[in-house]
Design a protein around this ligand. Sequence first.
Ligand SMILES: Nc1nc2c(ncn2[C@@H]2O[C@H](COP(=O)(O)OP(=O)(O)O)[C@@H](O)[C@H]2O)c(=O)[nH]1
Ligand SMILES: [Mg+2]
Length: 456
Amino acid sequence: MAEDTIAAIATPLGEGGLAVIRLSGPDALGVADRCFVPAGSRSLRPSAAPSHTLHLGRIEHDGRLVDEVLLAVMRAPRTYTREDVVEISCHGGLLPAKLVLTAVLASGARLAEPGEFTRRAFVNGRLDLAQAEAVADIIQARTELALAAAEEQLAGKLSQRIRQLREDLLGVLAHLEAHLDFPEEDLAPDTAARLLARLRDGRTFLETLLRTAPEGQILRRGVRAAIVGRPNVGKSSLLNQLLGRDRAIVSPEPGTTRDTIEETANIRGIPVVFVDTAGLREADDRVEQEGVRRTHTAVRQAELLLHVLDASEPLQPEDERQLATLAGRKRLVVLNKSDLPSRLDRVPEAVAAGLPISCLTGAGIEPLKDAIQRAVWAGELRADMVEVMINARHQEALRRACEALHGALDGLESGATFELVALDLRRAIDAVGEVTGQTTTEDLLDRIFGEFCIGK
Ligand SMILES: Nc1nc2c(ncn2[C@@H]2O[C@H](COP(=O)(O)OP(=O)(O)O)[C@@H](O)[C@H]2O)c(=O)[nH]1
Ligand SMILES: [Mg+2]
């Protein structure tokens, strides 16, 4: 258990109805006693109050009133951090929250580091590492599907399976190690077969988990999709249609969009970051050249391209050039202005298979969203998939675990010494344990919790 008491503003900075200042540590109640004056003569000081009770009063600093507040007393161990926790709700707004925090710090608390509350929850065994990461995912979730996945992870769905796997592998290791101690006894053939089967099951399970990684990444980070095409074909109009609001300037004047615009839209539960680009043409003026340069960057970084063509005009040489340049990329060809008579004839296959839409009438936008979903999401959106969606860190650890397990299996099958097999198996077990934090290092914890916001 930590020895010092930490404090931070737990709500976003800015104006609002309420702001919450959170304290955690062995002296949380003592700190509260020193700056909180309960309302009413018979009210209890925080340190005398029962757990999980709420108290009206005021925060004072140097004898002066700071703000009228509600103070929640939560005693260890049934708290977020498993330490004594005090939460002070004051009036929203930057100044009240800052001054209450100042009063709390002057009363003996220390300013918390980013993620330090959640780190304490982890260190004190309230959450494992995958669950702690889920807290950050919940805060950052941009679609309900992403949130559902993060909530499942916080509830421990992934952790349970990882722990089970680790237990299974530890069981096999125990067998091997017992045998190492008595090398003169041969392993009974049926025992050997059973151990092999358990390791193979473990490997299959790891491979299943690893297959959820791309979707897990998508839900957490979103997918980048660049909208490209010649000027005036309707790229900015398409961005606005996909967002359901006017974000980009639409104009009959070619070259209106000079900078790239990025916005996240919820496409069938998937957060898609759409980038409206300036177009890929040769530009003469400086600003437009810079716009074109940024377009190239956006195209390079995108996982999906929406290539917009104007169906009310014949295909231009510039369209054909771009179609050829981007042929190797994951892309959807979109035939805009389908409300006008089509003048696209004798077109290449990629164009013939394009999706007709009209940004003017909204026709074809819903089928386009379906096509975007299919293009970025390999499988179906199934509820049981959402239960375990590993993140990039889990993926890296589990890939190492899988490799080590392959080694152990090869060893067993080819009759390598048990010492070598046990070595591989131990590596696999350690790597699996990294996911939940059963094996961990201070560096890793610094990295994970350093990405949290202060007050979480
Ligand atoms: N008729 C018709 N006009 C459109 C459609 N989409 C865009 N436009 C018009 O085409 C022009 C260029 O649109 P804009 O979105 O600025 O194109 P961008 O240069 O590719 O970003 C504007 O005058 C739009 O109103 C459409 O589906 N039908
Ligand atoms: Mg534009």
